[in-house]
Design a protein around this ligand. Sequence first.
Ligand code: SAH
Length: 390
Amino acid sequence: MAKFFLRKKIGDRIMNGHPWIFANELGDSEGDFEPGDIVEVYSYNGSFVGKGYVNPASQIRIRLLTRHKNEKIDEGFFYNRIKEAWDYRKSIGYVENCRLIFGEADGLSALIIDKFNDYFVIQTLALGMERFKGAIVEALERIFKPKGIYERNDVPVRELEGMEQQKGFLSAPFDTNIIINENGLKFHVDIENGQKTGYFLDQQDNRREIEHIVKGADVLEAFCYTGTFSLHAAHYGAKSVLGLDISENAVATARRNATLNGFDDTCKFEAVNAFDKLKLWAKEGKKYDVVMLDPPAFTKSRENIEKAVTGYKEINLRGMKLTKPGGFLVTASCTNLVPPEMFLKTIAMAAKDAHRTLRQVSWQTQASDHPILWNIPTTQYLKFLIVQVL
Ligand code: SAH
C-alpha cells in the first residue's frame, strides 16, 4: 500500500476529523498506486493519520475512510458503515424514507444513498468510492433486501474526478416511478428522471413547519418542484395554492401529486420562470397570505457567492412585496456556500429595501437524517426560515 506524508505544519483540520486532504497539503510519497487505490497517510514526522482513497486527477487528492491502521477497507467495512448509518437513522426516527448515507457525515466521503421505502438511489461521486460500488450494493442487499437499487451518477462533479456521468439499474430492473409517504401525504418519485436522486428528503421536516400558518390562506409557492410544500399547505388547510416551477416535468408530477392526494381543486401548478412572474406580480401589486420560496443554489463555486447573495436578496424582496401585511414568508437556501448568518443578513437587507419588518417564526436546517458534523462545516447546507412580514 502506498504511503503519503502530509507537509510540515499541515494537519489541524485533518487531525480534528476532516477527511479531505488537498493536493497542496501533501509532501513525499512512497510506493506505487493506481488512481482510486486505498493508501496510507502519515504526518510529516511519520505518525499514522489514516487510510483512504487517492485520485491524482482530483484537487481533493485523498479522502480518508478510517483512522484505524488495522481496519481493512473491504466488503465488511462497507457493510458495517452502512449498517451503523441505518441504526443511527432508526434511533432518531427516520425509518421509511431517509438519506441513509450523507457522505462525509457518515464516514463515507463522496457516497450518497437515499432510501425511499424499499428502493435505494445511489451516487458515487469520487473515483475511489466508485470502485466499491459492488460492495455497497451487496451491503444494501444484505441489510434491506431492497425491491430496487438505482444509480444516479448523472452529475457533473464526477468529471472533476475524471469519471463519466451515468445512470441505471444496480439491481434487477424495476418500475422507477414509485410512491412514498410523507407526513400523511403521498408523493410520486421519479427515480430515473427526477432532479438529483428524485426527491428532496432534506426538507421533509420543514414541510411540517408550515402547518399553522397556512390555514385558510391563499398560498404562492415558487420553485415548487413536484409540489411537496404546496401539497402540505393544502393538507394543512390552505384555501388556494399556486405552485410555480420552470421544469415541465416537475409541474406534471406536481399535478399528479395533487390528484394522488385529492387536492386538484385547491392546488394549481404552472410551468413558468418564477423570477419573471414574481417580478411582474410584485409590480402589479398581487398579494398572498403566504409566499414560499425554495430556489436552486445560485452558485456552485466560491467565486460566485456575491452573485448568490444578490439572487437571494432579489427573490426574497419580491416575495416580501407579494406578502400581505401580517402574512408569512417561507424561504430557504440549499447551498453550503452561503452560511446561515449570511443568509439571514441577506433576508434582512431585502426587508429593509421592501420597507417591511420581519418577525421570526421558525429557523431550521436540513432534516437530521442529513447529519451535521461540527468538524466538517460543509455538512450543514440547508437554511429554512419562516418570518411574519409586517
Ligand atoms: N421545494 C422543493 C425543491 C425545490 S428545488 C422540494 O422540497 O421538493 C428548486 C426548484 O427550482 C427545481 O424544481 C427547479 O426546477 C426550479 N427552478 C430553477 N430555476 C427556476 C426558475 N427560473 N423558475 C422557476 N423554477 C425554477
